[in-house]
Design a protein around this ligand. Structure first.
Ligand code: ZN
Length: 74
């Protein structure tokens, strides 16, 4: 039982950590993807403001997916 509780704690901890992860978004009405690095190729195409937000904020703003360039390496 103790093992189950600690596993749940670890899972919850990793989820919250994941949400606090900082990502980069291109502030544009057509952008739907977030980026892990500011130097990402995908952000080169961004002609708008690049903003640093947490993954949670990015998801709330409608940036649900990791960009195609970075997906290849993860
Ligand atoms: Zn990217």
């Amino acid at each position: 039982m103790k093992i189950i509780i600690s596993s749940i704690a670890i899972i919850l901890f990793s989820i919250s950590q994941n949400n606090d992860k900082e990502v980069y978004i291109c502030v544009s009405s057509t952008a739907t993807k977030y980026h892990l690095t500011k130097t990402c190729k995908g952000l080169d195409e961004c002609t708008h403001t690049i903003k640093k937000v947490t993954l949670k904020q990015a998801n709330e703003l409608g940036y649900k997916n990791l960009c195609g360039w970075e997906k290849k390496f993860n």
